[in-house]
Design a protein around this ligand. Structure first.
Ligand SMILES: [Zn+2]
Length: 169
């Protein structure tokens, strides 16, 4: 695992925002585009690609993540959305590792490169939860937006900065 905990919310946010509902841009639209984005993000090794079913699973993972971030924004507890994200993250096959100095961490027991991608997202979710950032990760509730943003001040914001003025109150 690399980087401080502050990188975890950023990874979740940038992954969720690979789909821009406002402009209709999807950085993960094709298998090739998705693999390219994952390689740039450091989640997929050079030369590794995605199968069709892995690409489908990746899009479901992103959709379930966005749904849960929307629940955060709307201060709603949705068991079905939580269960969908749990299922999508199961591909990561996380295990707990214990170091000689009794340091503990999460790692992936999977050998397939796609499982390592999911594991990286799952570890980021766990790190965000541990640092208290998880509930501050939200998806804008403005119609047609859904942009993921980080409400670090836990202000109860429901909208991304661009929509917070228009939907104040
Ligand atoms: Zn918005």
């Amino acid at each position: 695992m690399t980087g401080p905990d502050s990188g975890a919310p950023q990874l979740i946010q940038s992954f969720a925002n690979t789909l821009n509902a406002g402009s209709g841009t999807d950085l993960l639209l094709t298998r090739e585009q998705a693999a390219g984005w994952l390689r740039v993000a450091g989640l997929l090794p050079e030369g590794a690609g995605l199968t069709g079913s892995e690409h489908g699973a990746l899009l479901r993972l992103r959709e379930s993540l966005r749904d849960v971030l929307k629940d955060h924004a709307e201060d709603r507890e949705d068991a079905a959305n939580a269960a969908r994200l749990t299922r999508a993250l199961a591909d990561g096959r996380l295990v707990l590792t214990v170091g000689p100095a009794s340091t503990v961490g999460l790692a992936s027991a999977a050998r397939a490169s796609y499982s390592s991608v999911v594991a990286a997202v799952a570890v980021a979710v766990a790190a965000s939860a541990a640092s208290g950032a998880w509930l501050g990760l939200k998806s804008c509730s403005a119609p047609g937006c859904g942009l993921a943003f980080f409400d670090g001040a836990a202000s109860g914001a429901r909208h991304c900065p661009a929509h917070s003025a228009a939907h104040a109150g």
